[in-house]
Design a protein around this ligand. Structure first.
Ligand code: GUN
Ligand code: FE
Length: 424
């Protein structure tokens, strides 16, 4: 049996806003599965090797529940454009380059490394429409230790001259891609209609049937921007609301992840709740593209599943620690807009959305629950100035905003140590 025992100040969020602290405690895993968090080393582990991280924090590794791998090279570009112009001017031409497998290899190796080095061990990710590049992406993620879902994008209308498939190509390539996905262990396929304007009814119907027959999860975009919403309504006059264009084709259920959900009204949110759809909040992207400010507090209060994503490259940062502080800032903007009636998110709430809420989509229990696969990171904040000795709660809050160079010391993913920082 392989035993991992990590020592440090162990912080976990087993419920929304509930921070559990074990100072100078032990996080143990057997064969990659967590057995518990202990204030003193249990007798049965006496004499076992302990990896001691001293005063460092040991945190749950976050899950980035929405990002676009082929947009990684264009972070911070076109941030003066609204969504639909930004897609046509920046995202589509950039994604078209992934017809070249060598380019895909180079970018995806970097991305996979940067995700792990930042502590992100789980993803729910869009590739481009290219089958070969998508398989290269999956290889590179698996090699680096990133786990989760990756989708070959489907788009058979409203793309670009060099970024669009025929309906038939889209179906055939998706089937061929799914066959090749059997070679992967930690990275699994997710059905990925880009968004309603990108997919004909015939393709949507095919994808819904495929997801059902093969029991696959589904990811797409929902109500990100008001111009997008109006466009969807023009394309589907038979649907009263955006979500119905997915529901109509069997793409709306408890294994569906919908990015953004900025402009969902009460009726659309009720449909999310009823179906168990997960909304992925992407605060940096929503601000960069002037999409709006998602009503996260309202969604949480209504009992909707909410997780967090970077939406790279609508979002400019890959770190989920940054996404968490951005979610706090966005919730403050929402509070101001709502006439001070909604509370902003606390640091433990935002960190819950970044970790346990995303992990739930992969079937894990919240926090460092026994039985969960070990996904953790050791974070060093010893070089930051302190105005007074910080409590663990203050240290968590601060590390969402400020981190020293090389703060992430080590990362474990699915029980394996996948990153060790070089000594500086
Ligand atoms: N909607 C459809 N495609 C995209 C995309 O690539 N990024 C964002 N933010 N929204 C989208
Ligand atoms: Fe997106």
């Amino acid at each position: 049996m392989a035993l991992t025992i990590l020592k440090g100040t162990i912080l976990s969020v087993p419920a929304l806003g509930r921070l559990e602290v074990t100072e100078h405690g032990y996080l143990a895993a057997e064969d990659g599965r967590i057995t518990g968090v202990f204030p003193v080393l249990p007798e049965r582990y006496a004499g076992a090797h302990v990896e001691d991280f001293g005063d460092a924090l040991i945190l749950q590794a976050p899950a980035d529940m929405h990002l676009h791998a082929p947009q990684y090279p264009m972070r911070g570009m076109g941030m003066d454009l609204p969504l639909l112009d930004w897609l046509n001017t920046y995202a589509f031409p950039t994604e078209a380059r992934f017809a070249d497998p060598d380019y895909a290899r180079e970018v995806y190796r970097r991305l996979a490394h940067d995700l792990i080095a930042g502590g992100t061990t789980r993803v729910c990710m869009f590739s481009s429409l290219h089958r070969e590049a998508t398989l290269i992406l999956m290889e590179e993620l698996e090699r680096a230790g990133v786990t989760g879902y990756v989708g070959k994008v489907n788009m058979d209308r409203n793309g670009a001259h060099n970024l669009q498939e025929t309906t038939e190509e889209s179906m055939e390539e998706t089937l061929r891609w799914l066959e090749a996905c059997q070679d992967f262990r930690y990275v699994r396929p997710v059905v990925t209609p880009r968004f309603t304007p990108s997919c004909t009814d015939e393709l949507m119907a095919f994808l819904g049937k495929l997801a059902e027959e093969r029991d696959l999860p589904i990811q797409s975009h929902l109500s990100e921007n008001t111009a997008e919403q109006a466009w969807v309504c023009r394309l589907h006059p038979d649907c009263a609301q955006y979500w119905e264009t997915y529901a109509k084709y069997g793409l709306w259920n408890g294994r569906t992840v919908m990015a953004h959900c900025v402009w969902c009204d009460g009726r659309e949110r009720q449909a999310m709740k009823d179906a168990g759809v997960t909304a992925v909040h992407c605060p940096d992207s929503n601000q960069n593209l002037c999409s709006g400010v998602a009503p996260v507090r309202v969604m949480l209060r209504e009992g909707i599943r909410v997780a967090l994503g970077t939406d790279t490259a609508g979002g400019d940062k890959v770190s989920m620690l940054d996404a968490a502080s951005s979610a706090i800032r966005a919730s403050k903007a929402r509070r101001i807009l709502d006439g001070w009636e909604t509370d902003f998110l606390t640091a433990p709430e935002a960190w819950y959305l970044a970790t346990s809420a995303g992990a739930a989509f992969f079937g894990e229990q919240p926090g460092f629950a026994p039985g969960n696969a070990l996904h953790a990171l050791a974070l060093d904040d010893s070089k930051l100035l302190q105005p007074h000795p910080l409590t663990p709660e203050e240290r968590l809050e601060r590390c969402l905003y400020v981190r020293q160079p090389g703060a992430v010391r080590a990362v474990w993913s699915a029980g394996r140590r996948v990153f060790t920082a070089k000594d500086r």
